[in-house]
Unconditional design. Structure first.
Length: 150
């Protein structure tokens, strides 16, 4: 049946990548193998995919090894600049929060009830954040897996 053969060719062409990656069922692998024995075009495509896979597997994506990369990320200058960045960020947030809080407290446009409601919401969020940060600091000291690298 000529129409069916064309359909099989299309499916085999779509299955070549899965064949190279070992993702096909036994029946699908047999179909690809039998088809490639008789079809030079698909056999060439299959060989090209195998060569490409070998080249990609053997390619070094970075000249820097993983250990060197980790060492460079843990250098003292990186840690110092990261620490300074966090300090500046947090200081800016605190200054902004204080300015907003002072403006909120001394504003005549907001009613006392609304001020109490908003203060309780943000106060509760602040206490939750504080408790989470406190718990993380405690766990950081006692975490037996903190030095495990994946």
């Amino acid at each position: 049946m000529p129409g069916e053969k064309g359909n099989i060719d299309t499916h085999v062409g779509e299955m070549l990548s899965g064949f190279v990656d070992g993702e096909l069922t036994q029946q699908q692998r047999q179909r690809v193998t039998l088809h490639c024995e008789n079809c030079a075009e698909c056999r060439d495509n299959l060989d090209s995919l195998r060569v490409l896979r070998e080249r990609i597997a053997g390619a070094g994506l970075s000249e820097i090894g993983e250990d060197k990369w980790r060492e460079s990320m843990n250098e003292s200058t990186v840690e110092i600049t990261r620490g300074i960045g966090w300090i500046l960020f947090i200081a800016g947030l605190l200054i902004d929060a204080v300015i907003g809080l002072v403006g909120f407290i001394f504003s005549d446009e907001i009613s006392v009830g609304m001020k109490l409601l908003l203060s309780s919401i943000y106060g509760g969020l602040g206490l939750l954040l504080f408790s989470v940060l406190r718990q993380r600091l405690i766990e950081r000291k006692t975490d037996k897996y903190k030095d495990v690298e994946i």
